[in-house]
Design a protein around this ligand. Structure first.
Ligand SMILES: *Cc1c(COP(=O)(O)O)cnc(C)c1O
Length: 442
């Protein structure tokens, strides 16, 4: 095939039929906005099954998956140990509404890997985890304001829906109707990596800021790394001003090694939120921290938070199996080495196509930004040529490679990807990027 030709789209008749019907009963045909592919165009996928590094759509097309359920599937799809644990638990019952030993087991795996988390509360989504952590921070500090960073995403709780990343960034929604102005006013936004901006907010709002919440590595405006000293600076400022530091590790927890990104980056938050990987693809998230802080949550303390399905046994089983697999020697080294090879290959492919772009990456996370300038915050991320990203996404998808259907997300490499998969991805990207470079700029 010539490099100047677009690849024909695979046939997706059945997927299209299902999606058309879904649009009648599900809002936008989806249960989470980015799945509708609105920012990249093309038809949304309908997936029938997953196995290892592959997804299979309703028409039987195989896709090499770099979305990995937004990072939750670090082991890949239907990992035998995880599926077996879920099936085994399903036979014993799926929810009891009281405590199981499984909750103790998963909590122990997490607190062993991240010793500064002494106590944990399990919830069912990352949204709940961050919302609850902020409630706890407000409860113990008896203050109302929080600081968050533009482009960081902490789920869809009201307090976080101003200047958020991910879906909001993708859809270009700056503020969300339905969030009361009185509540939005309690969230102070500042650019990522702007320590001086944070310092200024602390001096402007003395003794009023309950917490700073941050992604230790931002991955919801695309991947953006913390600058040297940024996280430590937040640690120092929050201590100095009696605020809590909430580190949102819903994406980064257990992503880069068997533990938290905080450990690798040399900082410890007061409260940590987790999700995605710790549930192995079943809905689980958690917040935790020092016992002295967590003891303020009900039933030990007055800060109320509860969940009918929290600590769900199916989810706990999936999480335990996942963390046990990940703790085996060499798993992280393998994933991270593959991802490094991918990033190296993509940089070469971009150069080969004569494109000036940024590939931000760490461990198994990466994002291509089609901009000549470094991307260190959301404003810079938004300078990326998102039309070009959309074209790249569609051409890769037509060739059987599923990347994030948005500029403002990460590509995730899983432990089930192989060196051959990476070679194929790089070769495909070379072809696609050359093709795109030859197109008139959108
Ligand atoms: C995904 C994500 C969330 C939200 O988690 P959900 O389970 O989608 O509610 C929160 N924070 C970060 C950093 C995330 O990546």
């Amino acid at each position: 095939m010539s490099a100047t030709q677009a690849q024909a789209k695979p046939e997706r008749r059945r997927s299209r039929e299902i999606f058309e019907k879904a649009e009648k009963v599900l809002v936008g045909g989806v249960n989470s906005p980015v799945r509708a592919f609105r920012s990249v165009g093309g038809e949304p996928l309908i997936i029938e099954k997953g196995s290892g590094q592959y997804l299979y759509d309703a028409d039987g097309n195989q896709l090499l998956d770099y979305v990995c359920s937004w990072g939750a599937m670090l082991l890949g799809h239907a990992h035998p140990a995880v599926s077996a644990a879920i099936a085994e638990q399903a036979r014993r019952g799926t929810s009891f509404g009281v405590t199981t030993e499984l909750e103790l087991q998963l909590a122990t795996l997490i607190t062993k890997a991240i010793p500064f988390i002494e106590k944990i509360r399990f919830v069912s989504s990352g949204t709940e985890a961050t919302m609850s952590a902020v409630r706890l921070a407000r409860g113990v500090t008896e203050r109302d304001l929080i600081i968050k960073f533009e482009g960081c995403y902490h789920g869809h709780a009201d307090s976080f829906l101003s200047q958020a990343g991910s879906g909001l960034a993708t859809l270009g929604i700056a503020e969300c109707p339905g969030v009361p102005q009185a509540l939005a006013a309690l969230t102070l936004n500042v650019p990522y990596n702007d320590l001086q901006g944070v310092e200024k907010l602390f001096s402007e709002h003395k003794d009023k800021i309950a917490a700073v919440i941050v992604e230790p590595i931002a991955a919801n405006m695309g991947v953006v790394l913390p600058k040297e000293g940024f996280l430590q600076g937040l640690r120092d400022l929050t201590r100095k001003h009696g605020a809590l530091l909430v580190i949102d590790e819903v994406i980064t927890g257990f992503r880069l090694h068997d533990g938290s990104a905080q450990t690798l980056l040399g900082v410890e938050g007061d409260l940590t939120t987790m999700g995605k990987i710790i549930g192995g693809g079943v809905p689980v998230a958690a917040y935790g921290g020092r016992a002295e802080l967590m003891n303020n949550v009900a039933p030990l303390g007055p800060v109320y938070q509860a969940g009918t399905l929290a600590g769900n046994p199916l989810a706990m089983s999936a999480g335990i199996a996942t963390l046990n697999e990940l703790a085996k020697p060499g798993v992280y080294d393998g994933v991270n080495a593959l991802a490094k090879k991918l990033v190296h290959g993509l940089r070469n492919a971009l150069a080969g196509a004569g494109m000036v772009a940024q590939v931000n990456s760490i461990g198994s996370l990466s994002t291509i930004f089609f901009t000549p300038d470094p991307v260190t915050n959301f404003a810079e991320a938004k300078r990326s040529d998102t039309k070009r990203y959309a074209r790249y996404f569609r051409e890769m998808l037509n060739r059987g490679i599923f990347l994030a259907p948005s500029q403002f997300e990460a590509a995730f490499v899983s432990a089930s990807h192989t060196s051959a998969d990476i070679d194929r991805t790089i070769a495909t990207a070379q072809e696609v990027l050359k093709f795109i470079a030859a197109q008139p700029s959108a």
